[in-house]
Design a binder for this molecule. Structure first.
Ligand code: HEM
Length: 143
């Protein structure tokens, strides 16, 4: 699972950089690469969902997991409706909010991953509700 988390973090960084570049191109150059941008954004939402679900069973990362899952809905949700919001001179506010939500998505993936990996490294309390308390997370992961 540690490798999976590291892989998801790495992938989110790569997709995030592409998304940011594509988004800024759409914004300032006006070239239409929106379809690719939406596809990559959906992949990022999927990463959020996966890492959120991985974090759910562990008490210490559960709340972050819930945030990740909610964020996985908010990111594409806002992305798809933003074009119809605040049409006019204030639309830049919507664009800025979309940019912040996008960058936030990458941050959430990293936050969840970092918390999870820290727990693994320290072999922390990480008690799973359905697993007997004597079974440490590290042991269950290595199995
Ligand atoms: C599923 C996720 C996403 C969807 C559905 C989505 C959708 C869109 C759409 C439709 C546009 C074009 C808006 C227009 O033509 O007015 C756009 C633009 C943009 N996106 Fe995304 N996006 C997503 C994720 C992201 C992420 C992760 C980032 C940044 C890391 C980002 C940054 C931008 C920027 C900077 C723009 C240009 C400014 C703007 O029009 O808002 N987007 N996005």
């Amino acid at each position: 699972m540690i490798q999976a988390i590291r892989g998801l973090q790495w992938l989110s960084r790569l997709i995030g950089a592409c998304e940011l570049t594509l988004g800024l191109v759409i914004w300032f150059v006006g070239v239409s690469s929106v379809t690719l941008h939406i596809l990559l954004g959906s992949a990022l939402a999927l990463i959020l969902l996966i890492i959120g679900v991985i974090a759910l069973p562990i008490k210490e990362t559960r709340s972050l997991g819930v945030i990740g899952i909610l964020y996985a809905a908010i990111l594409p949700g806002f992305g798809m409706v933003q074009m119809s919001l605040l049409i006019g001179s204030l639309h830049w506010l919507v664009q800025l909010l979309h940019l912040l939500i996008g960058v936030g998505a990458i941050a959430v993936v990293h936050l969840i991953g970092a918390r999870y990996l820290k727990l693994k490294r320290t072999g922390g309390p990480a008690v799973q509700p359905v697993v007997p308390q004597s079974t440490s997370l590290a042991a269950s992961e290595e199995a």
